[in-house]
Each structure stands twice: as C-alpha cells, then as structure tokens.
Design a protein around this ligand. Structure first.
Ligand code: FE
Ligand code: CA
Length: 440
C-alpha cells in the first residue's frame, strides 16, 4: 500500500485548501482513491487535486448541493452510452464547457465487446471483458479520452451502470447467453465488473461480496435544496430476467410481461423508494434510471422486453405514486436506447393520448449508434406520446430547473467521428411547473 495526497480548495489555483488529506491506496483496489470530503459549505464551487511523488493531477472542479430549503435554479446534464469505437466524445467536450451544477450518467460507460471492424474510429484493446484485469484495462482505455476527462473535471457526477458495464442485456445473475456462461462463471464476472466500476468511478461505497452474491449499492436519493431531488435507480443488479422473447428491437406481446411478481428493481429497492415516491420537499422530482419508462408500441403489438414494457406491473405501481396530485413535478430520465426521445407518460398505457402524469426525457447516446432507428421511425405514428425524436444522432440533454419551468435542451453532435465537431441544440422542450407532461 501507498499514500496519495488530496486537496480540496476554494479557488481554482488551489491556494486556499479546506481539505488536505492523505489517502491510503492499495493494489487490492487497483490503487484507486476514494475520499469523502466532509464539512464543505453548501451551494458553492470547490476545486480538487491529487499528488503522488513529484506528480500533480489536473485540477478538477466540483460543486456542493444547495442547502436544504435553498431555492435556486439548477443546471443538470445527463448522458449514457459511449461506445469508444463508434465515435469521439465531442458531446463530453461540450458538456464540460457548459459547466453544469451536476452530471448524471445512466450507464453503458464502457462496452464489453472485443475490437470491431476497421471502419471504427478507434479500437477496443483486448477481447470481450470477463476478468477483473480485462475490466480494469477497459476502464483505463476509456478514461484516457481527454473529453471524458474534461467532463469529469467539470462537475460532480451521479452514476449507475446499465448492461454493457457487465454483459449485454444481463439481468440479476442471468447473463446474456446462459448457454455459453455457467452460473459460477457469470457470478465471478459480475463481481469483477462491479469491482472495476467502483475502482474507476466517483462512487462512495465499495461492492460487497457475500458467498457468490455481489452487490454494488448505488440506488439512493439526492437532494439539491428545494429545487430538485434525484431518485437514482438501479434496474440491472436486482431485476428478473426478461420475459416473452429476446427478439430485438421488439417482441410480440405476451401476458408474462404484465405479471405483478416480475421485478425490475428488486423488492428491497422498491421498498426503499416507496416512501420517497409518496412525499417530497422538492419542486422537481427526477427519477434517473436506465431504460425507456414510457410504453412504446411497435407495429403488430410488439414491445421491447428489456425496457419497462417488459415489467409492466411494477411500472404501473410506480406510475400510481407519480400520478398522486401531491407528488410535485415528476420527470423521468432514461438512456440505453441511443436514439433520443421526449415522451409524455400517459396515465393509461393502452391510450397514449390519455392525460400525461409525468414527462420523460430519454437522452441520445454520447457515441453509440442506433442501427434500429428505422424500426423506431416506423412505429412513430402509433406513439403520439412522443413529443420529440432525435433519430440516429449523438448527444446529451442539458436541463435547467427553476420555480417556473424545466427546460431541456437536446444538444446533438454534427459529426461523431470528429472530436472537434460542433454541438448544438436540436430541440428545446419545456415542462411548466405544476403541469404534467410537456408544454406544447
Ligand atoms: Fe448502450
Ligand atoms: Ca444499455
């Protein structure tokens, strides 16, 4: 083991340190530094820097949450899906330039696959990730990207993995292809993936291992004064396996997808959020989670079973909480689908034009492609709840929350193969405080 020095300062030049700490790091934890700075003042910027031997890290900027009761506007950017091979990170460059108060990442931070074809802008090192060594190497490769680094150095992050941090479409202890990975192999793989995630990410709690069960506890509630509360959900670690069929991007409806026992959150997590979904002191209540929440019907009564359409009864239980008149201004965030969209969440799934109970913002991907965009486009006439659709373009969403409204800018990338590409607002959507769904 060895020691790394970390300082937190009130100015970018790091002249005025409020924290000067020595953190013990070990090979066991991949020499990662996790330090929780206590006693910082609420609602202001801080800067931080690490030192080891003669080396000093770049200076990062962070920002503490406003104090309880403080009512100030807040800017939050959120993103997902950054396949390293299919695009550069102009979106992260732009996000860092915007200097939001908060960044939320909804998963697919890495992709587990081996290297793809020569048409890719860059290539994964090593084969499909399975061991701790593989996952560590993959994070190291992603983390070398300068625009990703600049986004981490620009704002505090809240984050949760989706499927590709472990294995495509995994669910609980079920891998993508159970015929090709034994239960034991997948449990070891899941542990390695969660451990490497913890080592490389600004998350507080280490993963826990009990027998062959592993857990990286990430779901939680975060408050930003009176303005905003973020309920960060984890829909991968505790979910039941997808039902009906694995057909992609959609599979025919079957009754099993509406089974009330079917769980996307796990019962412990659903219980954790139960009281939080019943009352809140915040004006805006954001559910930040991975996959599309609003029902989306493909021609022929087909649905995507990896999204909430595959877990309809649990979604209905959550919707009933959100719909309560005393629950103020619910907004659902999602990623996963690579093509961005904004949806009114209809009270009645079978009638997409029924009165909305919430608004959903689904981000476009940072760099991952959306080869199923034609299938989504064909389904659009059946889905009038969609207020916006980015088509097969890259980007992220920048939100501003205030007493009067939430404003969401879909900031899209011109040329994903160019790290210097321009990024501009494709569409601005608004939700008026006290109203459900998007203002037209
Ligand atoms: Fe993805
Ligand atoms: Ca995904």
């Amino acid at each position: 083991e060895t020691q790394v020095r970390g300082r937190v300062g009130r100015d970018e030049a790091m002249r005025d340190a409020v924290v000067d700490a020595r953190v013990t790091v070990t090979a066991e934890e991949g020499h990662s530094v996790h330090y929780v700075a206590e006693q910082l003042a609420p609602g202001r910027d801080y800067w931080y820097q690490f030192y080891y031997g003669e080396e000093a890290s770049p200076v990062g900027r962070t920002r503490t949450a406003p104090a309880r009761g403080d009512d100030v506007p807040l800017r939050m950017a959120f993103a997902s899906c950054q396949h390293l091979e299919t695009g550069h990170y102009a979106a992260f460059r732009d996000m860092a330039e915007q200097r939001p108060d908060l960044i939320i990442h909804l998963g697919d931070y890495i992709y587990e696959y081996g290297p793809g074809g020569a048409d890719r802008v860059r290539q994964h090192q090593g084969a499909e990730t399975r061991t701790l060594w593989d996952y560590r190497t993959r994070y190291a490769q992603y983390r070398l990207d300068p625009h990703l680094q600049s986004a981490h150095a620009a704002a505090p992050w809240l984050m949760v993995p989706d499927d590709h941090e472990v294995d495509n479409n995994w669910a609980g202890y079920t891998p993508e292809d159970p015929d090709r990975q034994t239960d034991l192999e997948f449990r070891v793989r899941r542990w390695a993936a969660l451990k490497a995630y913890y080592e490389h990410m600004p998350v507080e709690r280490p993963p826990q291992l009990s027998g062959l069960n592993s857990e990286l506890r990430l779901y939680d509630s975060y408050s930003f004064g009176r303005q905003l509360r973020v309920l960060l959900m984890d829909t991968r670690q505790y979910r039941d396996d997808q039902v009906c069929s694995q057909a992609f991007p959609s599979a025919p409806h079957c009754e099993a997808r509406l089974d009330p026992r079917l769980n996307k959150l796990g019962s412990a997590q659903e219980q954790f959020f139960q009281p939080l979904l019943s009352s809140s002191e915040a004006r805006w209540n954001v559910l930040a989670q991975q996959t599309w929440f609003t029902s989306f019907r493909y021609p022929g009564n087909e649905y995507n079973m990896d999204q909430w359409d595959g877990y309809g009864a649990q979604r209905q239980r959550i919707k009933e909480k959100l719909a309560a008149p005393e629950f103020s201004n619910p907004v659902v965030l999602s990623g996963d689908w690579h093509c961005g969209a904004a949806m009114n969440v209809p009270r009645d799934e079978t009638d997409p034009q029924s009165e909305p109970i919430a608004a959903e913002l689904a981000t476009a991907s940072i760099s991952s492609e959306c080869p199923w965009s034609a299938a989504v486009a064909r389904a659009l006439p059946e889905n009038p709840q969609l207020q916006y659709w980015s088509d097969n373009r890259r980007g992220y969403v920048l939100c501003e929350f205030s007493a009067e409204r939430m404003q969401a800018d879909y900031r899209l990338v011109d040329s994903p193969r160019d790290p210097a590409s321009a990024v501009a607002v494709d569409r601005r959507l608004e939700v008026t405080a006290g109203r459900r769904g998007f203002a037209s």
